[in-house]
Write a protein that binds this ligand. Structure first.
Ligand code: PLP
Length: 372
């Protein structure tokens, strides 16, 4: 039985992506690479819905936080970090590590950042130069109302810096139309690639900020990357195999149609949430902002996440994930992003039904077999 791989990243690799990675090396300063890389950047701009720059790096999502900071800001700059989960918290802590003056807007985990709360925080901190937003908080399974939040930040005159690690390529993301200045993501989520690439969309206002920024930088220098990209190259040796993979994945996304991809994820989100409710399990995220790329829920009373994950793996070959930080053993997360379709999700939900019945037989004895 093959593994039903339902982590919220890394995610399963589709056959065309796996096939692309079989390709031999090519000279990274030669014509074949230049044509591949130019095409990859064009396709990525299309998926990001931007006429601005997209730059691709060896790295993971976390590198995107650092790249945003060293290119757009200067030591001591005041910024507002919006925190509704572990990844927002980490982004804030990276800011502190770099010597930014980080102000925080914290909301309870499982909820989204509410636009009126952001408006109030901006009034309280009128001097912030940038606002860090997590589009989709992977640690709790919520999606923030990005268009409304970005509008407020823009009106305030601060930079809109967006962690789109678990949203890009799955949930509507309109870089230009929503005025997003810097969007960062990692290849191992809805991009359907292995971990190892970091992708940034860089808008016009980010280039203005780059001109003022006083952080030292070398590897993450967006100016150097843009200069190389204009020649169809990268400043350092490119991770060729991952770029083959990303190019193949972008072609798949665009041949399905990005709006169709968004709709597929929305349907999978609904399917998973309905299935979990039918099992009488408690969804963790506020339903008003539940994510379409992963679903978090509490195990049955008296059962830990670890026990449930073990049974899912041992008896059903389903790989899911627990929570993060204080939620490690309190929630389970099921990923449904990237190369994800209804049959695997239905199979995972059936496995979940059987697992909870194994672990909490009294509670589940009355549930109809059709649900389990
Ligand atoms: N931001 C979000 C929303 C994430 O989900 C993750 C990883 O899961 C990261 C940032 C960090 O990415 P990475 O682990 O690729 O460095």
């Amino acid at each position: 039985m093959s593994i039903n791989f339902r982590l919220p990243g890394p995610t399963p690799l589709p056959p065309p992506v796996l096939a692309a990675m079989q390709r031999e090396m090519i000279p990274h300063r030669g014509p074949a690479f230049k044509s591949l890389f130019r095409d990859l950047l064009r396709l990525s701009r299309e998926v990001h819905r931007t006429e601005g720059d997209v730059l691709v790096w060896p790295g993971t999502g976390s590198a995107g936080w650092e790249a945003a900071i060293v290119n757009l800001l200067s030591p001591g700059d005041p910024v507002l970090a919006t925190v509704c989960g572990d990844f927002g918290d980490r982004f804030a802590r990276v800011g502190t590590a770099f010597g930014l003056d980080v102000r925080r807007l914290d909301v309870p985990w499982g909820q989204a950042i509410d636009p009126p709360d952001l408006a109030e925080a901006l009034q309280l901190h009128p001097d912030v130069k940038a606002v860090f937003l997590t589009h989709n908080e992977t640690s709790t399974g919520i999606t923030n109302p990005l268009p409304a939040l970005a509008r407020l930040v823009r009106e305030h005159g601060a930079l809109v810096v967006v962690d789109a690690v678990s949203s890009a390529g799955a949930i509507p993301l309109e870089t230009d139309a929503w005025g997003l200045d810097f969007v960062l993501s990692g290849s191992q989520k809805a991009w359907m690639c292995p971990p190892g690439l970091m992708i940034t969309a860089v808008g016009e206002r980010s280039w203005e900020a780059y001109g003022q920024s006083r952080f030292p930088r070398f590897f993450w220098d967006i100016g150097a990357a843009r200069q190389s990209a204009s020649q169809g190259m990268t400043p350092t040796t490119p991770p060729l195999t991952l770029l083959y993979a990303y190019h193949a994945a972008l072609e798949m996304i665009l041949s399905e149609g990005i709006e169709q991809v968004w709709a597929r994820h929305h349907a999978l989100g609904d399917l998973t949430r309905d299935g979990i409710r039918a099992l009488d399990l408690e969804l963790f995220a506020d339903p008003a902002c539940a994510s379409d790329t992963l679903t978090a829920f509490r195990p049955p009373p008296g059962v830990s996440s670890r026990e449930l994950l073990d049974v899912l793996r041992r008896d059903h070959n389903v790989e899911a994930q627990g929570g993060q930080a204080h939620l490690t053993d309190a929630i389970v997360r099921i990923g449904h992003m990237g190369w994800a379709h209804e049959p695997e999700l239905r199979a995972a939900l059936a496995a979940l039904g059987n697992s909870v019945r194994t672990l909490a037989p009294e509670r589940y004895s009355s549930l109809p077999a059709s649900v389990l």
